[in-house]
Write a protein that binds this ligand. Structure first.
Ligand code: SF4
Ligand code: SF4
Length: 130
């Protein structure tokens, strides 16, 4: 399952992820990371069975954590089904339905943000929650 982890500036130099992997003895797959000296966030993929353990360890080290249930928002009223998001998405979130409207596979999204800038009608937004 995918989880968004936010690191405030005071913990960016700490080995938060490494320690969490060691203590949880669980696999954590980093899908995207945007972190600098001021802080940042990461999208990680973790085993569902270890969710509580991993989240507790991350929070105990100063990170904020939220589930990535609906990582992007598509405003269907603004969408003109141009397909620009289909072309640019690196994880194949978008596709055409039979009626040529856009389908969204939220499970695949890693919140890279590429589709937000590519959409000519501002029909897409990243959902931020931490
Ligand atoms: S790029 Fe924007 S307008 Fe075009 S299909 Fe995707 S969401 Fe719709
Ligand atoms: S944010 Fe990135 S991964 Fe998510 S739908 Fe847009 S392009 Fe795809």
């Amino acid at each position: 399952m995918k989880v968004r982890v936010y690191f405030p500036g005071k913990v960016v130099n700490e080995p938060v992820i490494a320690q969490t992997i060691l203590e949880s003895k669980s696999l954590i797959n980093i899908l995207r990371a945007t972190v600098d000296e001021h802080g940042g966030d990461m999208i990680i993929d973790i085993p569902e069975k270890d969710y509580t353990k991993i989240v507790n360890l991350l929070r105990s080290r100063g990170a904020s954590v939220s589930m990535l249930e609906k990582p992007i928002i598509l405003n269907e009223e603004k969408c003109i089904n141009c397909g620009a998001c289909i072309s640019i998405c690196p994880t194949k979130v978008f596709n055409y339905k039979e009626d040529k409207s856009i389908s969204v596979d939220y499970e695949r999204c890693i919140q890279c943000g590429l589709c937000i800038n590519a959409c000519p009608h501002q029909a897409l937004m990243v959902h931020r929650k931490c």
